[in-house]
Write a protein that binds this ligand. Structure first.
Ligand code: GLN
Length: 188
């Protein structure tokens, strides 16, 4: 199987090495042709306004939307969750989202003074051992649609959610040695 990692900006390199350490073949995605033949895709964290702008410039908005609609597994983390969402609050007026998962995300929703925090999070689907969630200017998932299952919460707000083959987290699983989120994604 081959996984693509959207590599326009942000935290793509660590996702790539985590997946490679699990034996996955990984391809960096920068232009539409890079999506050909991929079995799944990671949309990493970074700056969602910049990723949106670059995705438009490289004519990736439509191909990425189609990929997400095709039923292939997609993992979005932090800014990736924002890009995949159906609605963005506090975004730039021209900022695009792909509508791949029926959630509404608020950029930097945990408040300006709390740029980053780390927390042990209980994720029942991963077993009893908590997951160390690193949140960096994380979005708040303000609304989840009926199709969406909440797999974990932070401060009573959805932190890891899934709808069909699309899974998104507000935290950065690639920043810790714990590979369970990536394993779950590869098993989807
Ligand atoms: N706050 C960033 C944004 O709006 C996301 C931060 C991140 O991906 N760590 O795009």
């Amino acid at each position: 199987m081959t996984t693509g990692v959207l590599a326009l900006q942000g935290a793509f390199a660590l996702h790539q090495s985590r997946l490679e350490s699990l034996g996955e073949r990984v391809v960096q995605v920068r232009i539409p042709a890079d999506l050909e033949g991929l079995d799944r895709l990671v949309v990493p964290g970074g700056e969602s306004t910049t990723v949106s702008m670059l995705a438009e410039r490289f004519e990736l908005i439509e191909p990425l939307t189609e990929f997400a609609q095709s039923g292939k597994a997609v993992l979005g983390t932090c800014a990736g969750a924002i890009l995949l969402s159906a609605e963005i609050q506090d975004g730039r007026a021209d900022q695009r989202c792909l509508g791949a998962i029926d959630i509404s995300t608020r950029r930097n929703g945990f408040g300006r003074q709390v740029d980053s925090f780390e927390q042990e999070v209980q994720i029942p689907i991963l077993g009893e051992l908590p997951f160390h969630a690193v949140c960096i200017r994380a979005p708040v998932i303000e609304r989840v649609g009926e199709s969406v299952t909440v797999l974990a919460t932070i401060d009573s707000r959805p932190a890891l959610v899934r709808s069909g083959a699309i899974m998104v987290s507000i935290f950065h699983p690639e920043l810790v040695d714990d590979l369970r989120i990536h394993q779950l994604f590869l098993a989807m």
